[in-house]
Design a binder for this molecule. Sequence first.
Ligand SMILES: NC(=O)c1ccc[n+]([C@@H]2O[C@H](COP(=O)([O-])OP(=O)(O)OC[C@H]3O[C@@H](n4cnc5c(N)ncnc54)[C@H](OP(=O)(O)O)[C@@H]3O)[C@@H](O)[C@H]2O)c1
Length: 335
Amino acid sequence: MVAAAQGKGTADLMRIVVTGAGGQLATDLSLLLTRDAGAAPATLSGWQQLSIDELDLTDAAAVRAVVLDQARAAGGDLVVVNAAAWTDVDGAESREDEAYAVNAAGVAHLAAACATVQARLVHVSTDYVFPGDGHAPYEPDDATGPRSAYGRTKLAGEQAVRALLPAGGYVVRTAWLYGAAGNNFVKTMARLEGERETVDVVDDQHGSPTWSADLAAGLADLVATRPKPGVYHAANAGSTTWYGLARAVFEELGADPHRVRPTTTDAFPRPAPRPAYSVLSTRSWQAAGLRPLRPWREALRLALAQMRGHVPAMAELPGMHAGAGTARGPADRPG
Ligand SMILES: NC(=O)c1ccc[n+]([C@@H]2O[C@H](COP(=O)([O-])OP(=O)(O)OC[C@H]3O[C@@H](n4cnc5c(N)ncnc54)[C@H](OP(=O)(O)O)[C@@H]3O)[C@@H](O)[C@H]2O)c1
């Protein structure tokens, strides 16, 4: 599973730990590390994914013990990639304390433990920290202003990373994530295409759909490239609305995209308000020498092919080297 380059000194070695195993992003990160470990540009001394049963972020003592253990096993640098989160955006409205325990307090436990052993922490956050009243892609240092409980807890997690781990903390915001693991909007649309004649989907929320496999490759790129710590945006290039994304899913499935009909957020209220516009600018990601993630439409084509069992050509795969009648809105896969 892991390949340490022969003859390298410990200064070159790093161990990667992925939290939230079983989730969309953690699953793709683990696939990437399994596939690419043998040829990784940054030399891995080892890597491990940890499920909630193995590492519950809300348990401060357990978080500290696990990070210390992992640092001892690292034989060099330790990098923790936090893909664990409370991601039920609507549920967080009525259970904000529970969401906060994972997304804010849990992340603070992780950042504090990483600081103790001088580990790097790559923490994944969300476009829902932005208010959504803009019309130009958000830059990392634009003013935040979450509209939902979920967004507030995620913003508090970001602040914990920056305060507790200024020298080794990365906050990587992404958006509208979908992948082969778990339930998500893309999978829901693919299912509804087979079940319904028409589907109404909101056309007044704009964002950056992102394939979790491409994000995983981007995070691996960041780990290997070591840009300066801080906040980054990583999302597939371009933007659309949920309606645009649903139409694209239908097109990819060879179905008539006119069966997807536009509707409005007001017509289908959800417990959690969503930003109307949360497109992420990846300019500073690229300025830091990190490879841009491919256009969202291209990513969707590959993701759907993968979900339908097609084995993509190596050149198409994201990798450390390849560069990486029912109203529907973002409720299916939240934030
Ligand atoms: N999904 C999106 O549309 C989206 C958009 C923007 C940003 N993001 C961010 O991207 C990251 C990855 O999202 P994702 O879609 O991969 O999430 P996901 O599929 O919901 O996976 C989250 C994982 O975290 C685990 N988890 C929950 N509570 C935990 C705890 N207390 N301790 C340890 N693990 C815990 C979950 O375990 P259980 O399944 O057992 O609960 C699950 O395995 C998150 O930070 C999320 O906020 C997601």
